[in-house]
Each structure stands twice: as C-alpha cells, then as structure tokens.
Design a protein around this ligand. Structure first.
Ligand SMILES: Nc1ncnc2c1ncn2[C@@H]1O[C@H](COP(=O)(O)OP(=O)(O)OP(=O)(O)O)[C@@H](O)[C@H]1O
Ligand SMILES: [Mg+2]
Length: 290
C-alpha cells in the first residue's frame, strides 16, 4: 500500500484529511503525525488522552541508542485509534523546538513506514506546511526525507483563490525537489478540499498538477476530527469519511500504477529497521493474550 505524505502551503486541512484517510481506509492504516510545527491530534481528537510520554519525540532518543532501539520504540509508541488495533497513530511533537532533534531520525522512520506499507498498511504522513531554504526543503521546518521517499506527495488545497494563490508559489519548487531528491515529479498531486468556487479541473489547470483525490467541505465532521468532543450524528456515514474511503482507493490505484512504471530504485531497508514489523505483530499477540 502507498506511503502518502500530505503537505500544505498554509493550514488547508492537512491534519484533518490525514485523519479522515486513516480512519476511513478499508485496510489497516497508520497515521504518522510528523508536522515539525507540532502535533495537534493529542490535544484535539484525543482530548489529551495520550500523555506526553507517547509519540514521535521519543524516537529521536531511541535512534541515538541503536536502530533496534528505534524499531522497538516505534512499535511501542504507536497509539491504537480503534479496539482492534487496525488504525494506528504515531503522535506528533508536543513542542516545535523538538523538531531539530528529529532531523537524524527521519530517514530511519521513513524506512520503517515503507516496511509497514509493504506489509499492507495504508500509511499517511502529516508532513505539515512546506518551507524552503535556499531552494531546497527546509531541513528542520519540514520532514524532508519523509517527503522525498513518499510514494505520493499530496499538496492539500482548497478551491478558494487564497488557497490557490499560496499553492502557486510552492508547487514548482516542490516538483523540482521531488525530481532532484525525491521519488520523481509524478509523485506530486493535489488533494482538493471542495471549498470555494474552483472545481477540480480548474484547480488542476491553475496549478498544472493533477487532482488525485478530493474531499468534501464537511464542517461538522472536520470539527470533530480537529477538536474531538461528541461525534456528530451520522459520523461514520458522513460525507467526509465516505469520500475519504473512496480517496484511499484512488490513491492506491495511482500509486500502484506508478510503481509499475517506476524508474527510481527502491530504498534499501536495514534489517534492524525491518524488524519493526515483527515487533508490531509481537505486540499485537501480547495484547490478545491479556
Ligand atoms: N474537509 C473539511 N471540511 C470542512 N472543514 C475542514 C475540512 N478539513 C479541514 N477543515 C477545517 O479547517 C481547519 C484547518 O484544518 P487542519 O487543522 O486540518 O489544517 P492543517 O493544514 O493541518 O493546518 P496547520 O498547518 O495549522 O496544522 C480546521 O478548523 C478544520 O476543522
Ligand atoms: Mg495540521
């Protein structure tokens, strides 16, 4: 299954869309909240249920010990979003100042996410807002290695003039970045939030980039995914979740088509990091026994 990284020019719905895709997928799924500006799901949807002892920041310390320690920490820091453990969440940073300590960890984290995707999980990365430094992805304000290695990089845009204006400035450097250092220009697409007057074909034309999926403007479901609280009535059949499910199918189809035509060599995975799958399965078995 694909590793899909969602990014934005500015606050367009990345976290909400990442949650919707992860929760609605017809396959087991994992959301990695890797926005260097800090995670919002812990205080939002989870309403503080997960303490600061959980999450991405702890992987940086483990990585300094060994790759085995990192694989172990990764497996034990995943939060189950459902009882069956089919929807996993790697919670984001509690403080943006922690982002610098992760720059060494991103490449290894990327390898582990790809191991899980190959094992059949839909992997979605919240990669936050795009920032450039001297024409390249900013090394601490973006999780650049995750974006480079993702099978699909989706710029989340709304159909409003404001959103398109901001997106116009970053689409070209982002495409160049993926061409020079990533998985190729074809990895780049748009995820349209259907808000504003521009339809998918107009957005695709304006940004000269295909719209690979679209999600409806659904304020009630989005507010629940952003802030938590009571689930709105008809939540599981809500427009946002229904369309998110369709979107996961469309993204999977695009990614597998690309894989067939792929000219880029697959990244090498260290055996220690590949062990993450075994650790995750072992954790699930232990969970069943208690
Ligand atoms: N499909 C949608 N329909 C309606 N509202 C939405 C939708 N997606 C997101 N929103 C709302 O837009 C706001 C911003 O969403 P979100 O926090 O997901 O954006 P973001 O790109 O992650 O922002 P940031 O860069 O600040 O982290 C939130 O109030 C959210 O509820
Ligand atoms: Mg966000």
């Amino acid at each position: 299954m694909p590793v899909t990284a969602l990014v934005s020019a500015k606050s367009s719905g990345v976290t909400t869309s990442a949650l919707a895709l992860t929760l609605a997928s017809g396959r087991p799924s994992l959301l990695a909240e890797c926005d260097p500006a800090g995670g919002t799901i812990r205080a939002g949807l989870l309403e503080g249920e997960a303490g600061a002892g959980y999450g991405l920041y702890h992987l940086a310390a483990a990585e300094r010990t060994s790759q085995e320690a990192l694989a172990q920490a990764f497996a034990s820091h995943l939060w189950d979003m459902d009882e069956a453990g089919h929807r996993k969440l790697l919670l984001g940073l509690t403080d943006p100042a922690q982002a610098a300590s992760l720059s060494r960890t991103w490449p290894s984290l990327s390898q582990m996410l790809h191991v899980l995707a190959e094992a059949g999980l839909d992997v979605v990365i919240d990669a936050g807002r795009i920032a450039f430094n001297a024409g390249e992805l900013h090394p601490t304000l973006t999780p650049a290695p995750l974006i480079h290695q993702a099978d699909l990089v989706l710029l989340v845009v709304r159909g409003t003039e404001q959103s398109l204006t901001l997106a116009r400035h970053i689409i070209k450097p982002l495409r160049n970045e993926l061409t020079d250092r990533g998985n190729g220009p074809g990895a780049l697409g748009l995820l349209l939030i259907e808000d504003g007057p521009n339809r998918a074909h107009q957005v695709a034309e304006a940004l000269e980039t295909p719209v690979l999926a679209a999600l409806p403007h659904d304020p009630a479901t989005a507010a629940y995914l952003t802030n938590g609280g009571r689930q709105p009535r008809g939540y599981s059949r809500s427009p946002l979740l229904l369309h998110a499910r369709t979107a996961t199918e469309q993204l999977e189809a695009v990614a597998s088509r690309r894989q067939i035509q792929q000219q880029y060599p697959p990244q090498k995975t260290s055996p220690q990091l590949a062990g993450v799958l075994h650790r995750l399965n072992a954790k699930r078995e232990r969970g069943r026994r208690v």
